[in-house]
Structures are given as C-alpha cells and as structure tokens.
Design a protein around this ligand. Structure first.
Ligand code: SF4
Length: 307
C-alpha cells in the first residue's frame, strides 16, 4: 500500500463552515475528554493492525519491465493533531509506535497534516525528533476561521519561514507525488481549499454540505483522489490509498457505512477483502440526493440498492 490516511482524532480547535465533518466542535460537557480518550484508546490497536510492511511497487523509470519496491507513507490527520490535548497524549506516542513497527521492516514515511497555526519552533523540533518526514500545512485558504484575507498572507509568510529555519525543505511546488516521494525529507508543503486545487470544490459532506459551500458536481470524483480511496483495490502498487477514520476503515470518506473495523482484521488482505465486499454498496455520498449515482467504473447511473 502506498498510502494510508489516518484520521487520528476527532478534535479540532476550529469550527470551520467548510469542514468535511460536523463533529469538530463545539464539544458539550465532557465530549472533549471523550474524543481524546477514544483516540488514545484506539491508536495502539490501529497501529498494531496496520499492514506488516508499508511498501509498494512502482515501475522503474529506467526499465519499464521492472518494479522497484518503495517505502509507503502514513498521513496523520484530524481535526488538528497539534492541539494541546492531542499532541502529546495521542500524536507523539502514535508516531513512536509507527516508527517502531516499520523500523526494521521496509521503513515508513510519516506525514503530519495540520492547519499550521499551532506550529512553533519547539513543536517542529519535537515532530522531527519523532521522525516526521513531511509536515503538510493544509490551512492556506480563506475558509479556515481566523486565516482569511490579510491573515492568510501573513500566515503564508510566517509558517514557511519557521519551517525553513528548522531545516525542512519546501516541497509545495512539486506537484507530483513521485517527485516528492523521491526526497528524503524532512519536507513541508502548503495547500488549502483554493479554486485551483482539487480540494477547492470542497467535499460534498459535513458542514460544507450543510452550508452549501461545496461546488462539487457528480463530475468531481473525490473517490478517485488522494485522501479518498484512490486505487485501493490495486494496493500493491503506486498510487493506492486507504483512509482510516479512527477504527473505521473506509475506502471513501463519502461511503455511508464503514467497511471494516481495524480491530477485527489482521492484515492488508483481510482489509482488501472487506473493501471488495463493500464495493457493492459504494455510492458517492451526496447524502441528500437519495439514490445518488455511483461513480465507480461500471457503476454509472444506477442507484445503489445496498446504500
Ligand atoms: S476544516 Fe479543518 S480546521 Fe476547520 S474545523 Fe474542520 S478539521 Fe478543523
């Protein structure tokens, strides 16, 4: 598997109107403790059930008859994994556990995705000390609360300067995954929901859907993108990804039901078997359009009877 996108915790310090989820804030009474405790409880078993080896095969550009084995990546995302209750109690132990698991077995590249405003030189140093390969800053747009307009411009100067100072290489301009993948790191990249990016249309779900912010149409196949379920059935090869939202393994975030419980499977083959079964009930989750059209190859135009 080239990539696993792991939503580590349902905690965020914001409540953006364009968010792909409704569950990030507000937290009523003890809900905050509860989401952090859930993430803390689940992370060790999720890591234990990740594939034993996180490598994938990519065609050798010098010899198209030959595959090269390359090291895959795990992106740790939220919410924001750098928030105070999550960073030290969930993120850092998870980073250490992931590296322990793969250190002598093909290695791993870990990406920490964050909106970026919580980064400080000390936190960057702590992330690097735990082997983070790429810090992916995702808040560079006008949607994120507190980063609009001029604040965004200031953010776009302050954060890269801090990351460059810490010795990270800016890989933002490398627009292909394999260009970035060839770099040893540590790297950083910056993006946001802007019109010229695939995420600019916003996922048709969560608050983006409730607030009518998504510009996506049925022609926009979010399943066929990174952070979706890109080529998940082709999991041995380059360009394959599976999202894992807490304990729930979902090939596509839009799918209505999870297709596997990380604790109930023991390896990639079982996960893939579950995904194959799940293909029957996959439909793009424009949930208010009952009988939405399946965008999978071969699934055009029919509504999913299992959904
Ligand atoms: S869009 Fe990102 S920063 Fe905003 S509430 Fe959602 S997860 Fe948090």
């Amino acid at each position: 598997m080239e990539s696993i996108y792991y939503v580590l915790c349902w905690h965020c310090h914001r409540r953006c109107k364009h968010c792909y989820e409704e569950r990030f804030r507000p937290y009523v009474r003890d809900e905050l403790e509860s989401v952090v405790a859930e993430a803390k409880r689940n992370a060790p078993s999720i890591v234990a059930n990740l594939p034993e080896r996180m490598t994938y095969l990519e065609l050798d550009p010098q010899d198209p008859q030959r595959f090269l084995e390359k090291t895959g990546k795990i992106t740790l995302s939220g919410g924001d994994v750098l928030t105070e209750p999550v960073r030290e109690s969930v993120l850092y132990p998870t980073l250490e556990a992931i590296h322990d698991k793969y250190r002598d077995n093909g290695g791993i590249r870990v990406v920490v995705q964050t909106t970026g405003d919580l980064l400080t030189p000390a936190i960057i140093e702590e992330l690097l000390a735990r082997g983070v390969w790429n810090i992916s800053v995702s808040g560079l747009d006008d949607y994120h609360v507190g980063m609009e307009g001029e604040k965004k411009q200031a953010f776009a100067k302050r954060v890269p300067a801090m990351l460059l100072d810490a010795g990270l290489q800016d890989s933002t301009a490398l627009d292909t995954r394999s260009e970035r993948g060839n770099l040893e790191g540590p790297l950083f990249s910056m993006f946001g929901a802007t019109e010229d990016t695939w995420i600019g249309k916003l996922w048709p779900r969560g608050r983006a859907w409730q607030n009518n912010f998504s510009q996506a149409t049925l022609a926009d196949n979010f399943c066929d993108a990174w952070s979706g379920g890109l080529n998940f059935l082709n999991h041995q090869y380059a360009g394959s990804e599976v999202p894992c939202q807490g304990l729930t393994v979902k090939p596509f975030p839009e799918i209505r039901r999870g297709t596997g419980n990380v604790n109930a499977v023991s390896g990639p083959d079982q996960v893939i078997t579950r995904f194959r079964r799940a293909v029957r009930c996959i439909q793009v989750g424009i949930r208010k359009l009952q009988g939405a059209v399946c965008l999978l190859p071969g699934g055009h135009g029919h509504s999913c009877p299992s959904a």
